[in-house]
Design a protein around this ligand. Structure first.
Ligand code: AMP
Ligand code: ZN
Length: 467
């Protein structure tokens, strides 16, 4: 049974979907004003592991991740660049998708852009205005936090004293600056993007975007909402106020927050300049899978200090797993299984699942896989390993890799020269069969079998796979 730490209740709780077998989850996506850094990708990898593990457990996952393509930072960058809002944000959206692909992050089912959802945001503001949660001041629309008695329940903030009328216009601010926050902003500068609305021309605040998009695609109450810990306040606190203020229903069942990636003890961030992008590291010759491995090697709720030495360590650990898979897939020997290997497999699967069920403790889950690596290598060295063991090891590696995503898909890991040779032999066999030289055709099939390749003749032609 999967337990997840819920920021809202400050407890680890057993996870079950609100309805049926489908998990509806929302992750705050990137703000596309620059390339993402690997701190951002630590959070996105953590969310990817969560989605993959939910599927491993047999759930259907409906995962929505927005693209924030209008906010204070974007407008600043866009005005400086002289580009249109769409051109400016599209470039960084594509860069984000490329980096995500290279880190093996699966694409969420829906990736809505904020600027494509202005009508939904206006609807939400109308509902909030009708229920007395808003007021207009100096051309902008604000959410009155005094109108929502449980404001602060996610972050533990106590709203004390008379805050009425004190307002904050920026998208990001600290707890000490908790004030009525802006829903819809009046343009201040020439060239700022703007949309018509019943509240005047303007643009949405960041918080409003996520409430409107998550409820559009997932309903008014859904299972999981995630992001980095820096989003707890004010972003997620404000999303709760907006959504629950409008619907009167609980917005999200589980709030899941990933801890920071640090550099020399400080949060990796654009503003501190202490960051690496995925591209920076690839240009230095590091492999994307080692970056992914490093980012998930520590449980998501523990801070992770980034060092080049750590990245090299991840490369070595990953090489051990790649070697294990290569060795097992090239193994040929007696059929049958060995009790010691079968026990090691059972143990590895149980420990892997126990680790993941414990609030996604990826470090324990990885330790289980490395224990298996050691046991299998020992058994192979001792000649106590059979073809049945081999299939089971490869099967379990595939299963755990469906969650961790650190090993390339097997066909991608094949050497292209090897693939070309196999395909040439299959072609020769097809020619022999056309010439009715079945002895030669069988000879080629047997030769391939000794190299660990099995053939399947289908109406679409001959397919092959490794044993
Ligand atoms: P942004 O593109 O700034 O909206 O951030 C995207 C995601 O990255 C958010 O979920 C942030 O909480 C997260 N994030 C930002 N910095 C870090 C960091 N140093 N470590 C982990 N996650 C981070
Ligand atoms: Zn968000």
């Amino acid at each position: 049974m999967l337990k997840l730490r819920n920021t809202l209740t400050r407890a680890e709780e057993e996870f079950a979907p609100l309805e049926g077998n489908t998990v509806r989850m929302y992750a705050c996506g990137p703000t596309v004003y620059d390339y993402g850094h690997i701190g951002n990708f630590r959070t996105f990898v953590a969310v990817d592991v969560l989605r993959r593990y939910l599927r491993y457990l047999g759930y259907e996952v409906h995962h929505v991740m927005n693209i924030t393509d209008v906010d204070d930072k974007i407008i600043r960058g866009m005005l400086q660049s002289g580009k249109s809002l769409r051109d400016y944000t599209e470039f960084y959206t594509q860069a984000f998708l490329e980096d995500s692909r290279s880190l093996g992050i699966e694409q969420p089912e829906v990736m809505p852009r904020a600027t494509d959802h202005i009508p939904e945001m206006i609807d939400l503001m109308n509902r909030l205005a009708e229920s007395g949660h808003t007021y207009k001041s100096e051309g902008s629309l604000y959410f009155s936090i005094g109108s929502f008695p449980t404001y602060g329940k996610l972050s533990g903030l106590k709203v004390e004293g008379n805050i009425s009328g004190a307002r904050v216009d920026v998208d990001e601010y600290e707890k000490a600056d908790a004030r009525d926050f802006v829903l819809w902003k009046e343009p201040k500068e020439e060239g700022e993007p703007r949309w018509p609305s019943p509240f005047g021309e303007g643009r949405p605040g960041w918080h409003l975007e996520c409430s409107a998009m998550s409820m559009k695609y997932l309903g008014e109450s859904f299972d999981i909402h995630s992001g980095g810990v820096d989003l707890i306040f004010p972003h997620h606190e404000n999303e709760i106020a907006q959504s629950e203020g409008a619907t009167g229903k609980p917005f999200v069942h589980f709030w899941v927050h990933a801890e920071f990636l640090l550099v020399e003890g400080e949060k990796m961030s654009k503003s501190k300049g202490n960051y690496y992008t995925v591209r920076d590291l690839l240009a230095k010759g590091h492999s994307p899978m080692a970056i992914r491995y490093l980012l998930l090697s520590v449980p998501y709720r523990t801070q992770l200090n980034f060092t080049m030495e750590g990245l090299r360590g991840a490369e070595t650990a990953l090489e051990g797993l790649r070697n294990l898979r290569r060795r097992a897939s090239e193994f040929s020997g007696e059929s049958g299984t060995h009790a010691r290997v079968q026990d090691a497999l059972t143990q590895a699967r149980e420990n892997f699942e126990a680790g993941m069920n414990d609030d996604l403790n990826t470090s324990n889950a990885l330790a289980a896989v490395h224990d298996l690596r050691r046991d299998v290598n020992t058994a192979m060295d001792a000649g106590e390993f059979g073809m049945g063991d081999c299939d089971a090891v490869l099967g379990l590696l595939d299963r755990v890799n469906s969650v961790l995503g650190v090993l390339p898909k097997e066909e991608e890991s094949l050497d292209p020269a090897f693939v070309a040779e196999i395909e040439a032999m299959i072609e020769q066999r097809n020619t022999a069969r056309r010439d009715r030289d079945f002895a030669r055709a069988d000879e080629i099939r047997n030769e391939l079998a000794t190299r660990g390749i099995v053939l399947e003749d289908t109406p679409q032609g001959t397919k092959w796979k490794r044993k």
